[in-house]
Design a protein around this ligand. Structure first.
Ligand code: HEM
Length: 467
């Protein structure tokens, strides 16, 4: 059954809700007539996307039009289900948006669209299967051990959890990708990734404000990272006899079904860039917010400790062990609900699309706002409460399946989901085995939504060694 009304009778105005003529028989999407500055000036989206999203959804409901960015915010589970699953063919990542961010984050799996994306996803999928992820368990522990050694060398118990987790997950992603420890590059890479992320946001929401200094910083960052990546790829091609058990070698040995050929150096470089960005900050923030929530909620922290003690004691936690740790799983899930690293996903309508009595014109831009969805009181009781048990099977069954999307859904669901869950939970368990966490007065997260959501400055917590 077609999703569309008889459009031949409707004179479509193009992708602008505000310009929709009255009398088409469709409702105007709430927000269209809002004349406030924050709804109409696009710079508000750049400055405070989470605040604006919260206020817009509170004021107008689960589907809102924001004239300033000429786009729709969506926190409506059934509509999202249609967008990502049932009527997925009507929606795509936006070529225009991807073009703006891909110079900075790479023209790889997360930014490609259409057939190019399909081909790339096919070649990449096996590298992220559950079986492949099993090979990375030891990497997590090596990197966590190194982090603990560094912490032991410090006299102070208060640490910036956000920064520490970013360092750790970058180390992990570098090791998973290259199996070498490019420790000495880590701070260079971190700084360069920050610059690239800032630059892509400016490109996206405020291109007119890009200065020569921004351009220069972007080019330097790009060059720094390219130098590292291309050198590693070159070394691999020259020393084919050396076996590596890492993502890069999986990528380098994979071949396209249609040509039987592998990825070019340039494509590999783009994929590596994508994984650097998509694969470390997301997990880091997920874990850092979980640590913060545990520090603030002592009962829940005790429950986590009790589970870890009962199931593992001080034994090293394998990926197999993780399957038994239900409460740990719920803690990680609940943290990603309250603080979704991916706070919004962008989509564009590739055809006119009708949902309820709204008509979204071809070319309409959407932000599927996990930030609003995960805190939506229509789907979650006491949405602001940290309550890991809401993910217990009996309880979560009651919640709309598409009200919780930390990793997205449908064909473009996060390819790194198994890796991220295994990594995040392993870090939580290892920290729980060693430390009790205490909140530091006045140190609440200062949320900042860039490509991903983080706290800036980071959240400082007290890590107290357990016996
Ligand atoms: C807690 C951690 C993570 C979260 C919350 C997260 C979230 C997401 C989300 C929501 C998407 C879908 C975006 C969309 O549909 O527009 C996505 C895609 C993606 N993620 Fe993750 N991610 C995480 C970790 C990882 C890791 C560890 C990797 C790899 C090392 C990774 C690699 C990717 C890639 C390559 C895509 C694009 C997939 C495609 O479009 O085919 N992510 N991620």
């Amino acid at each position: 059954m077609s999703n569309l009304k008889d459009l031949s009778k409707v004179d479509l105005p193009g992708a602008t809700e505000a310009a929709r003529p009255v009398g088409t028989g469709f409702d105007r999407v709430p927000g269209s007539d809002d004349t406030s500055l924050e709804f109409n000036d696009p710079s508000y989206m750049l400055k405070d996307p989470l605040g604006l999203t919260t206020r817009a959804l509170e004021k107008y409901g689960n589907i809102v039009y924001l004239p300033g960015i000429n786009g729709y915010l969506v926190a409506d589970a059934p509509f999202i289900e249609s967008m990502l699953i049932g009527d997925e063919r009507f929606f795509s990542k936006s070529a225009e948006t991807m073009e703006k961010i891909s110079p900075a984050i790479g023209n790889g799996l997360s930014t490609l669209i259409g057939d190019e994306w399909k081909r790339q996803r096919k070649i990449a999928n096996p590298s992220f299967s559950k079986r492949s992820v099993d090979t990375f368990g030891s990497v997590f522990h090596e990197c966590i051990n190194e982090m603990f050694d560094e912490w032991d060398a410090r006299s102070e118990g208060v640490l910036d959890a956000t920064q520490e987790m970013k360092k750790l997950t970058l180390r992990i992603v570098i090791k998973c990708l290259f199996s070498t420890d490019i420790q000495r590059f880590t701070s260079d890479v971190t700084a360069a990734l920050e610059v690239l992320q800032e630059y892509s946001l400016l490109k996206l929401w405020s291109p007119a404000s890009i200065s020569d200094a921004n351009e220069q910083a972007y080019e330097n960052a790009q060059e720094k990272i390219d130098t590292i990546i291309y050198r590693i790829i070159r070394d691999r091609r020259q020393n084919k006899e050396i076996q590596h058990n890492d993502l890069l070698s999986m990528y380098m040995s994979a071949v396209y079904e249609d040509t039987g050929e592998g990825m070019t150096d340039i494509q590999l470089r783009h994929e590596v860039m994508n994984l650097f960005l998509a694969g470390h900050e997301t997990t880091a923030n997920g874990v850092a917010f979980a640590l913060y929530l545990l520090a603030k909620n002592t009962q829940e922290q005790q429950k986590l400790h009790a589970e870890v003690e009962a199931e593992l004691g001080n034994a090293i936690c394998t990926l197999e062990d993780l399957k038994r740790l239900d409460y740990t799983d719920w803690v990680f899930k609940e943290s990603l609900r309250l603080y979704p690293s991916s706070w919004g996903m962008s989509r564009v309508a590739v055809e006119d699309y009708q949902y309820k009595n709204y008509l979204f014109p071809k070319g309409a831009d959407f932000i599927v706002a996990q930030w609003g969805l995960h805190r939506n009181p229509e789907y979650w009781q006491e949405p602001l409460k940290f309550d890991p048990e809401r993910f217990a099977p009996e309880q979560i069954k009651q919640v709309h399946k598409y009200a919780y999307l930390p990793f997205g859904a449908g064909a473009r669901k996060c390819i790194g989901v198994h890796l991220a869950e295994a990594e995040g939970k392993t870090i939580l368990v290892r920290i729980a085995q060693r430390y009790a966490l205490r909140a530091v007065d006045g140190n609440e997260p200062t949320l900042k939504a860039r490509l991903f959501m983080t706290s800036e400055p980071g959240v400082c917590l007290e890590f107290i060694k357990r016996n």
